[in-house]
Write a protein that binds this ligand. Structure first.
Ligand SMILES: [Zn+2]
Length: 567
């Protein structure tokens, strides 16, 4: 048995359970018998709706967690941490009620009303959406609300430490700031008890002996700018009266939970380094982790985790089964890839190939397959060995232009009787394929009329199909080559004519497979429906004579398929 080499296992091997932070985490010691579970964290900024980047991070962390549990026999727990104590920095453009949100700039988003009007707060709404997304795919996780954790005192010990070591913290952070921001900088943002804002307060003195600090609410913050209320007081730094800025916050979580593993986008590499220094300063350790590449949008721009752009999870599910997305997210996270609609068909087909290959894998390599992870998640191993894939379904839909899922299923069943055993999967490919066809393929179709002798070429193809009584894909494929040879053109040119005239696109499925799939009679019908082709039918017998001559003069070993073509 060889060791699994896939990245989740490589990542899992980097985790060192039992870091200083673990002993510190009260949560862990309360879990009872045996070794405490190792904490895996994925962060979510609930100032925007969760999107595929958030989902990807949770999914990939789950893969590492599963590998870790397999390798060590220890339990892992995934915290989906929502930083809802964070203050609202600007009014998001894609949310309702900007007027309402504007009044709350600088307040923790857990303290701002829900602009959608359905949940008890802005952050609550986003967290509910995140939960719905993760629950729908049965990902195991625990949602952690920053506000709740601060208020429960989970971070108190860490906050005390930061207060005691505030000068050392400053010594780490200040050199990374612009000169003009250094003077008033503090790791703490007290929440002004009078106006409820975080980002208008300015710390004026620290009192570590009383776990408190003094502040004045006199800052100006945001766009449009909001002014502090002028209040000044001494407040405790414990139980949610103050929050720490986000790089400090990251370190605080690592310390307090004893996080063993966390991955992050490449854009956060420097932040992670800084948070690593800070957590060590407090006596903890940075978790193991990796930085992943950001996905690129359609035009090659980076999709950041916090901005809702690119492809949404539900978009993918409209066009393909979920497993194909998990397959896509499983591929090397260090490689830069586009995340746009056009990656979907190939992902589905690659996933189906992987499904077919999986049962033949030995134990080590099998754990390197995404199917192993999917089986862990679902509690059963998905399997499929049929001949039908997404491209084939799309070809069929293009070929017969049907909108009728039942009819399409009938065609597929004739093409591959195994479809019956995989009916659920095949039907999901049909409904997803219909969506994909309508949204992305149909609008771009441009049918053209045949030019020059192209109509005669197509009329000849029509005749050969009519004369042929079998349904062998290779024989029908050979027809195109035969006609191309007789007319002395490149086969690729003839294929292009077929695609452009019959399917309204420059490229298309393999001709023989397509002919078998939709049936030669239906294909012949499609050809003869083109008016210019009909006009040429009368000249076809002359061409047939030439074809006969061509076949007679060809060496017999090259003519195996051609002999089956009835001329
Ligand atoms: Zn205030």
């Amino acid at each position: 048995m060889s060791d699994p080499v896939a990245w989740p296992f490589q990542e899992a091997k980097k985790i060192k359970p039992g870091s200083a932070g673990e002993a510190f985490g009260r949560e862990l010691s309360r879990t009872g018998a045996g070794a405490p579970p190792v904490i895996f964290q994925a962060g979510f900024g609930p100032s925007g709706l969760p999107h595929i980047g958030t989902f990807a991070e949770v999914v990939r962390t789950t893969f590492v967690l599963q590998a870790f549990e397999h390798l060590t026999g220890r339990q892992g727990v995934l915290y989906a941490f929502c930083d809802d104590m964070d203050g609202l920095r600007r009014v998001p453009k894609n949310l309702p009620r900007p007027d309402l949100l504007e009044q709350h700039l600088g307040r923790p988003i857990s303290q701002i009303p829900d602009p959608f009007g359905c949940c008890d707060s802005y952050a609550g709404h986003m967290e509910k959406k995140l939960q719905e997304m993760l629950d729908a795919y049965q990902l195991p996780y625990q949602l952690k609300s920053s506000t709740e954790e601060y208020r429960r005192g989970v971070f108190n010990e860490g906050l005390r430490l930061i207060l005691q070591k505030v000068e050392q913290v400053k010594a780490v952070i200040l050199p990374t700031l612009k000169e003009e921001n250094r003077e008033d900088w503090s790791p703490f943002f007290p929440v002004c008890p009078k106006c409820g804002r975080l980002y208008t307060t300015r710390v004026t003195a620290y009192h570590p002996e009383r776990d408190s600090l003094s502040y004045v609410c006199d800052g100006v913050f945001g766009e449009p700018p909001v002014k502090g209320c002028g209040h000044q007081a001494e407040v405790s730094v414990l139980f949610g009266n103050a929050k720490v800025g986000w790089k400090m916050d990251w370190a605080l979580r690592w310390l307090s939970y004893g996080v063993g593993y966390e991955m992050f986008g490449k854009d956060l590499i420097d932040s992670a380094k800084l948070s690593g220094k800070l957590v060590r300063l407090l006596g903890g350790e940075a978790p193991a982790g990796m930085s992943y590449e950001m996905f690129l949008s359609e035009d090659g721009k980076k999709i950041s985790k916090s901005v809702g752009e690119g492809l949404a999870v539900e978009d993918w599910l409209r066009y393909a089964p979920l497993e194909s997305m998990l397959y896509y997210l499983y591929q090397n996270p260090k490689k830069q890839r586009r995340l746009y609609f056009d990656v979907i068909p190939k992902s589905v087909d690659d996933y189906l190939v992987e499904l077919a290959r999986y049962p033949s894998l030995e134990e080590g390599p099998s754990q390197s397959s995404v199917i192993w992870h999917l089986a862990k998640l679902k509690g059963e191993t998905p399997a499929y060995t049929g001949a039908i894939n997404y491209s084939l379904v799309l070809n069929l839909i293009q070929g017969i232009g049907a909108d009728d899922a039942k009819l399409l299923y009938g065609y597929l069943l004739r093409y591959d009787p195994q479809a019956a055993e995989n009916r659920e999967l095949v039907e999901s490919l049909i409904s997803a394929g219909l969506h994909y066809f309508r949204d992305f393929i149909e609008p771009d179709k441009k049918y053209r009329q045949p030019q020059g002798n192209e109509a005669l070429l197509l009329a000849t193809l029509f005749q050969l199909l009519k004369n042929y009584s079998g349904d062998n894909a290779e024989v029908m494929q050979a027809m195109v080559f035969l006609i191309a040879q007789v007319f002395k053109i490149k086969p690729s040119e003839l294929f292009k004519v077929i695609y452009q005239v019959l399917l309204g696109q420059d490229q298309g499925p393999r001709f023989g497979t397509f002919a078998k799939l939709i049936g030669k009679d239906r294909l012949a019908e499609m050809i003869i429906r083109v008016p210019k082709v009909r006009e040429e039918v009368a000249r076809v017998p002359l061409v047939i004579e030439e074809i006969k001559k061509f076949i007679e003069e060809s060496p017999p070993e090259k003519m195996l398929d051609l002999q089956k073509i009835k001329v």
